[in-house]
Design a protein around this ligand. Structure first.
Ligand code: EPU
Length: 338
């Protein structure tokens, strides 16, 4: 059942040469339970992997990597204008988005072309272009590792925040997400076009009243233009989170940098664009060895081919220190570093 010394290069989109001591791919809940109760599953540190699009393996993993590969998606209910779709953790995210759009269901269009799989989406509450997973989330099923019992988590149980959930905090490492139920719309879709890049692109295309499918095409075009395709240039999307600062700190920064982009998230808190800070500090398009920051989007670290883990960590630390020195801001990793 287990492979030894498995290369993880093809199992994460950053594409570093790391190995797992043990590796197994599971397609069902029964298979997962069998793995977790086996001697290898009980005696080794565990790491659960979906599409590997947010995990960066900077060194070998001395334990068991469990690749979650359960497939399946179907309508499980409807109420009024809502339709409920359950997708298994191993479903490719963008394939799910396309399938819902083909059925005429609205809600996921702004989240088109995000790499990764369904099971990882709630963990970091994926988001793009003004929509986050929590906006379309209904509930999820997860397996508790210690007891092998399945538990249902409603939205309020997940404590969603910006790129955050209870599965990154209090419950980190305790549950494996098996499937997610989304609440989508059947008609009268809520079209969200306020994000700058989307409204600009719609205007350019002369579209005033986009369908959910047209909006998805616009999002795909923007992402293809700005973000590197991991199949061509290894990367894990945004490497750092956008920092959230107090209104007071924001006012001080604004006085020094009048053009600093920001989004108020409450009267007391502002979210800043990490990409802007990085670009202004001179790191956009930089290259150190075989790692660098993407020339068209400063927040994306890329692997030019032969990157090694220490290069990734060194570049990340150098940037964090420089941004701290220049702006007094801590940049936190958005990717999961191992
Ligand atoms: N900007 C720059 N230089 C750049 C790129 C952007 O100065 O090279 C500035 C611009 O002012 C721009 C602002 O930064 O208006 C925001 O840029 P962008 O719209 O590209 O979004 P982002 O904040 O860099 C976030 C998410 C992305 C998501 C986009 C679109 C995070 C950490 N990242 O990036 O998510 O696709 O918004 O909604 O929140 C990911 O999480 O992996 C990811 C790719």
């Amino acid at each position: 059942m287990f492979t030894r010394s498995q290369s993880l290069r093809d199992y994460h989109t950053f594409g570093l040469a790391a190995e797992a001591r043990y590796f197994v791919s599971v397609r069902s809940t029964a298979g997962l339970k069998a793995v977790l109760t086996s001697a290898v599953g009980r005696e080794n540190p565990l790491l659960f992997l979906g599409g590997g699009s947010n995990t960066v393996f900077t060194r070998d993993f001395d334990g068991l990597v469990v690749h979650l590969n359960a497939k399946g998606k179907r309508v499980v209910g409807a109420r009024g204008n809502s339709v409920f779709v359950r997708a298994q953790a191993g479903e490719d995210w963008h394939e799910l988005v396309c399938w819902t759009l083909q059925q005429g269901f609205g809600g996921l269009e702004n989240l088109s072309l995000i790499p990764g799989r369904v099971g990882a989406a709630p963990i970091q509450n994926i988001g793009a272009y003004g929509v986050a997973l929590e906006d379309v989330f209904h509930e999820l099923s997860a397996l508790e590792i210690a007891t092998n019992e399945i538990k249902t988590f409603a939205r309020s149980d997940c404590c969603f925040g910006y790129r955050d959930s209870v599965f990154k905090g209090e419950l980190k490492g305790r549950y494996v997400i098996l499937s997610v139920v989304f609440r989508l719309t059947r008609a009268d879709h809520r079209i969200r076009t306020s994000y700058g890049a989307i409204s600009d692109e719609l205007q350019r295309r002369g579209i005033t009243d986009p369908s959910i499918q047209a909006l998805s095409r616009v999002v795909v075009a923007i992402r293809q233009r700005q973000l590197p395709n991991p199949k061509v240039l290894g990367n894990s999307g945004s490497f750092f989170k956008n920092p959230v600062v107090s209104a007071q700190r924001f006012e001080a920064l604004k006085a020094r940098y009048p053009d600093i982009p920001s989004y108020p998230i409450s009267p007391q808190k502002h979210k800043l664009a990490a990409a802007w800070l990085i670009e202004r500090a001179g790191w956009k398009g930089c290259r150190k060895g075989d790692v660098g920051m993407y020339a068209k989007q400063a927040l994306v670290m890329v692997n030019h081919g032969g990157a090694i883990g220490t290069e990734v960590l060194e570049l990340a630390r150098a940037m964090q220190a420089d941004i701290h020195e220049k702006y007094g801001i801590e940049l936190d990793a958005e990717v999961e570093l191992h």
